[in-house]
Design a protein around this ligand. Structure first.
Ligand SMILES: [Zn+2]
Length: 113
């Protein structure tokens, strides 16, 4: 398989909207959609969770396990591995867009004239 792109799914166990795909090491993983800041990430790591840094691809993104060597990345987009105990997490009906790409939808923006 060469498709490492992530797709939004609803977790079969808890119903949360999550990302399902392959890590850059080729391992199937599920990620929470909520983006972590550094404090969140440290909290996740302290609690035994795993974090992944995501990289834009043409249609989606790839995820690479965060290691100490990557901690110095500038403004990384970091997501936690989904663990089905994400009480209180913000989650939406729609997958978030991390890279401010134009939406694929055909609905035109409102024109102010
Ligand atoms: Zn779950």
């Amino acid at each position: 398989m060469s498709d490492f792109n992530f797709k939004p799914i609803n977790c079969r166990n808890c119903g949360f909207l999550i990302w399902n795909g392959l890590s850059s090491a080729g391992i199937p993983i599920k990620l929470d959609t909520a983006r972590l800041n550094l404090v969140d990430e440290i909290q996740t790591l302290i609690n035994g969770g795993r974090t992944y840094q995501i990289h834009r691809t043409y249609t989606s993104f790839e995820a690479t396990r965060r290691t100490a060597a990557r901690m110095g990345a500038t403004d990384p987009i970091v997501l936690a591995q989904h663990t089905c105990k994400s009480e209180g997490f913000l989650f939406g009906e729609q997958a978030p867009e991390y890279f401010s790409r134009p939406k694929l939808s055909t609905t035109s923006e409102k024109v102010p004239f």
